[in-house]
Design a protein around this ligand. Structure first.
Ligand SMILES: [Zn+2]
Ligand SMILES: [Zn+2]
Length: 358
């Protein structure tokens, strides 16, 4: 394969298929043949230009694939061999800034300055172009963090590595203590996977708050002990009922709407913790800090991207615990990328996780 086909968002709301030359590798670089790439809520923001995207972009940060080509020293550098199943972390840390050196590579200064996230903020005008998962081939530079996925893991589980890593990071930042009740707001893919991660981390009870019967039903198979449909009942009162009038010890907000971020503060008990993982697309949120936070001595944590989360996610995926592959409801070919995006955003046909197979 000399030319590589990829989907490109070239301006707000416009996507087309383009071809790129296959990159010529330096010693510590490799190429990954993309087998599957999930479509994420962030991809909708990127399609709409909510964060001032540097178009044209090849989207896609939830990719998994196999090692297709290795530079001279790349096998040793990255600990992989040809044909290995791999996930590559979606951030490409510079490794030189203060935050990278201290391990906070999701906060790398170069990310804000020039874009360091696959599929999110790197223009495909940057050479060698292939910085997104909606492509047949992904370029992996020497500073990338490459993780091997065990051979036995099916692609439909493996493809959830990145979103699960997002939730593993969040749970690492605010882990449940023994006996804790965890509320998860939002029953989208990140909410469902947060239920998985919280349960795996030892939460005594997980309460999933969201909408749509099929998502909540799946949530029950993915670690949620109780589900609340906030369109059918008052989530706040039901949560109090389930927690002996206290509220949840720990709340993960994954919906990323201003209303959900505001409400989530009310779901936590006095002295409890709320962790925001959802992104609102920069919409303002109005909260009453006295009533909602200070009078309760609430702790508010945020969690950004998936750093430190990949290995835990892969271990959990490889364990076979929790039928997360049931989240993958729709598959599309690369040529159908726009249709796939549509399917994911309209939630047609009860879509939960839509994937592309380039
Ligand atoms: Zn994502
Ligand atoms: Zn850095």
């Amino acid at each position: 394969m000399k030319a590589v086909k990829a989907a490109v968002i070239h301006k707000r709301g416009a996507l087309e298929i383009r071809t790129f030359p296959k990159p010529v590798l330096n010693d510590e670089e490799l190429l990954v043949k993309v087998h599957m790439c999930g479509i994420c809520g962030s991809d909708q923001h990127i399609f709409r230009g909510d964060w001032g995207e540097p178009y044209p972009i090849i989207p896609g940060h939830e990719f998994v694939g196999t090692v297709e080509e290795l530079g001279k020293n790349a096998a040793q550098k990255h600990g992989v061999k040809l044909g290995d199943k791999v996930a590559v972390e979606m951030i490409l840390p510079c490794g030189a800034c203060r935050w990278c050196k201290e391990g906070f590579y999701n906060l790398c200064v170069k990310d804000r300055e020039e874009g360091r996230q696959y599929g999110c903020n790197i223009s495909c005008t940057r050479e060698p172009h292939l910085f997104g998962g909606w492509s047949q081939v992904l370029y992996v530079p020497s500073n990338a963090i490459v993780h091997r996925i065990p051979d036995h893991v099916p692609w439909h589980r493996a493809v959830l590595t990145e979103p699960l890593a997002v939730t593993v990071r969040a749970v690492h930042l605010t882990p449940p203590k023994l006996g804790d009740t965890v509320a998860v707001i939002g029953a989208g893919p990140i909410g469902l996977l947060t239920a998985v991660a919280a349960k795996a981390a030892g939460a005594a009870a997980v309460i999933l708050i969201g909408t749509r019967d099929e998502r909540l039903a799946l949530g029950k198979q993915l670690g949620a002990d109780e589900v609340i449909d906030f369109r059918k009942e008052d989530a706040g009162s039901r949560l109090l009922e389930l927690t002996g009038g206290r509220g949840a010890d720990l709340v993960f907000e994954t919906a990323g709407t201003p209303q959900a971020q505001k409400d989530s503060l009310n779901y936590a008990r006095k002295g409890g913790t709320v962790n925001y993982l959802g992104l609102t697309g920069n919409r303002p949120v109005t909260i009453e800090t006295d009533n909602q936070m200070t009078f309760k001595e609430l702790k508010l944590q945020t969690s950004f991207l998936s750093a430190w989360g990949y290995q835990g996610a892969i271990d959990l995926i490889a364990s076979g615990r929790f039928p997360i592959e049931k989240m993958v409801t729709h598959e599309f070919a690369l040529d159908e990328a726009e249709q796939a995006l549509q399917c994911a955003s309209n939630r047609e046909e009860k879509a939960i996780k839509v994937v592309l197979i380039p």
